[in-house]
Design a protein. Structure first.
Length: 327
């Protein structure tokens, strides 16, 4: 033993994640892009050599062991390899700590101009540096929350302890009211589902599949000002959406005498079964519910099928909604 658990807690920058959740975060392309400054209004952009310098200072792993990348477009892949070399996983926190430090942010931030400091007194300099750092980290946290919300998580940064503190969200909290499901957001959800799939985190894949369906239905209901109980009852949401979009195959909008529509009615009925199955499967087995669960009885192929089915259903409803609005 090299230290107590209290000492380890002090060294950790990321608080509130399991090793599995931390591993998934370290392999998230969106998270890596945030760290190296590929997004606006957040952390400053880091070149490949600057990333190597951060890693060298952290002492987590020799950059020579992380791959022979030499081009800027591989910056995220390089950092991901370095995180893979971190043992234990919490060693990766050292890299994050350096990236979020005042020195790193102010050194690379376009908002920091050393010449402006010449006319400032000590207190004014400190205030300016603190403001630049705070703005960058706040932007980073806001964008990081847009990523981790898909995993039923939220994050805040404690400036006094310099720690990223993660906590769980309830199902209803996950669906941010001002976030509209569209094809762009559907793509983001699908990509995060693929990340979980590649990490063999099939529980998370099931959760994300339901997230796709639930958010799609809620968005459509809100667009038409249809009242509903925000209780996660996807079957209820689907029934209301089918009604408002005229998609009920047993309704008056379907000509039952037209035999050409028979197969289409069967397809719609099949969609309802898919939706109910994904919702029920998640309710009984997914990672969004507390308590010990039996092992998920599916492998990669089945998890991928569930994810792709959810995406297909969501895309179909979004297309029908667009067609309905254009009438």
């Amino acid at each position: 033993m090299t230290g107590s658990s209290d000492q380890k807690q002090d060294e950790d920058i990321i608080i509130g994640l399991t090793d599995r959740e931390r591993q998934i975060l370290f392999h998230s392309k969106s998270f890596l892009s945030l760290l190296i400054g590929d997004t606006e209004n957040a952390l400053p952009y880091l070149t490949f050599n600057e990333i190597k310098r951060v890693i060298e200072i952290s002492g987590v792993a020799s950059f020579r062991n992380a791959g022979s990348y030499t081009f800027g477009e591989y910056r995220a892949e390089y950092l991901e390899n370095v995180f893979s070399l971190a043992n234990p996983l919490s060693q990766g926190d050292k890299i994050i700590n350096i990236i979020l430090s005042k020195r790193n942010i102010c050194t690379h931030s376009p908002a920091y101009n050393p010449e402006e400091l010449l006319d400032l007194n000590t207190n004014q300099k400190i205030e300016l540096i603190d403001q630049i750092t705070s703005d960058a980290i706040s932007g980073f946290i806001n964008q990081l929350n847009d990523i981790v919300v898909l995993d039923n998580l939220q994050v805040r940064y404690d400036f006094s302890t310099q720690k990223l503190i993660f906590s769980k969200l309830s199902d209803t909290d996950v669906f941010v009211k001002n976030t509209i499901m569209n094809f762009g957001f559907l793509k983001e959800l699908y990509e995060t589902g693929l990340q979980s799939l590649n990490m063999k985190d099939y529980l998370s894949v099931i959760t994300k599949s339901r997230t796709i369906l639930e958010k799609t239905f809620i968005t459509i209901l809100q667009q038409y000002n249809v009242s509903f109980k925000d209780n996660g009852n996807i079957s209820s949401y689907r029934g209301k959406v089918n009604k408002v979009l005229g998609m009920n195959p047993d309704g008056d909008n379907w000509n039952k005498k037209d035999t050409r529509l028979k197969d289409l009615r069967n397809v719609i009925s099949g969609l309802n079964k898919i939706i109910d199955s994904i919702a029920n499967f998640r309710d009984k087995n997914s990672d969004s519910h507390a308590g010990k669960q039996d092992p998920l009885p599916i492998k990669k192929a089945e998890a991928e099928l569930v994810l792709n089915s959810a995406v297909t259903v969501s895309s179909y409803y979004l297309e029908i909604n667009e067609r309905h609005k254009s009438r």
